[in-house]
Design a protein around this ligand. Structure first.
Ligand SMILES: [Zn+2]
Length: 252
C-alpha cells in the first residue's frame, strides 16, 4: 500500500467520523467511496467509524470481475451503486451516501427538491431528483439511482436517503452538507406555505456565476456550511440541461 493510498484511506475514515459528528449521518448507515487508479476504495460493511482503520477500507476493481474485492472486511452493502456510478461517470471521483434526516424525510414523501435556493445550481440543474424505490444493496437500486443522478451531482433515494457526488472526496462531502441543507430549507418552507421557486434562467445565471468566480467565493459569502469548499470549478457551471462531458478520469 503506497503512502498516498494510506492517506486517502485515512481521509475516508476522517470524513466518516465528520459526517456523524455534524449530524449528516447516524451510526454506520452511511458509506463513502473514492476512485483511485482503476479501483474503488470503499468503507467496509457495518463497521463503526471509531474502530475503522485504513487497512479495513475495501478495494474493488472498476473493470474486470464485477463485485470482486480485496480487504479484511466485506465492502459496504451499497457497493453496487458506488461502483456503477464511478464506472459510468468519469468526472466523479468520490461518492458520499447517508441517511441524512431531512433528505430522507423528503425521500420518504417522494418529493424532489425544487429550485427553492440558488445553491441547487451546485448540483448541475434546477432540481434534486428523487429515485424510485428499490431494496438496499440491489442492482435495481443502482439503476434507479443512476437515472436520478443523470446530469446531476446529487439525488434522493426513495424511502432511503441521499447520494452526493464530487470531483474529489472534499467536494463530495461539501455537496453532501449542502444537499442536506437544501432539504432542510425546503422542508421548513413547506411548513409556511411553500417556496417561491427560482426560474431556470436564474439557476443558469447562478451556475454561470459559479463558473466565473468559483464556488469558493459563493460559499464564503453566502453559506454557513462547515465543510471546506471546493477550489476548482464545479460541473454546475454548465447549463442545467447539459450532459456531463466525458473526459479521462482523474486521480483524487
Ligand atoms: Zn443507505
Amino acid at each position: 500500500m503506497t503512502d498516498p493510498e494510506t492517506a486517502l484511506r485515512r481521509a475516508i475514515i476522517d470524513q466518516c467520523r465528520a459526517m456523524n459528528a455534524n449530524g449528516l449521518n447516524q451510526g454506520t448507515s452511511g458509506n463513502i467511496s473514492v476512485r483511485l487508479q482503476g479501483r474503488m476504495l470503499i468503507t467496509p460493511s457495518a463497521t463503526p467509524y471509531d474502530a475503522m482503520t485504513p487497512e479495513m477500507i475495501a478495494a474493488m476493481p472498476l473493470e474486470g470481475a464485477y463485485g470482486a474485492w480485496e480487504g479484511p472486511l466485506k465492502p459496504s452493502t451499497e457497493w453496487r451503486f458506488h461502483l456503477d456510478i464511478l464506472k459510468s461517470r468519469p468526472e466523479v471521483n468520490a461518492i458520499v451516501h447517508t441517511h441524512a434526516t431531512y433528505c430522507t424525510a423528503l425521500a420518504i414523501a417522494r418529493k424532489e427538491i425544487p429550485a427553492a435556493h440558488y445553491m441547487i445550481a451546485a448540483f448541475g440543474g434546477a432540481t434534486i431528483r428523487c429515485s424510485d424505490y428499490a431494496t438496499y444493496g440491489t442492482a435495481a437500486l443502482s439503476e434507479t439511482a443512476l437515472r436520478a443522478l443523470d446530469g446531476r451531482m446529487g439525488c434522493l433515494l426513495a424511502n432511503h436517503g441521499m447520494i452526493a457526488l464530487g470531483e474529489s472526496l472534499d467536494k463530495a462531502m461539501w455537496r453532501a452538507v449542502e444537499l442536506e441543507t437544501l432539504a432542510k430549507q425546503y422542508y421548513l418552507t413547506l411548513a409556511i406555505g411553500g417556496p417561491v421557486l427560482l426560474s431556470d434562467a436564474q439557476i443558469a445565471e447562478t451556475a454561470a456565476g459559479f463558473s466565473s468566480y468559483g464556488l469558493q467565493e459563493a460559499q464564503t459569502e453566502d453559506s454557513s456550511a462547515s465543510v471546506k469548499p471546493p477550489s476548482v470549478k464545479p460541473p454546475s457551471a454548465k447549463p442545467p440541461s447539459a450532459k456531463p462531458k466525458k473526459r479521462a478520469a482523474k486521480r483524487t
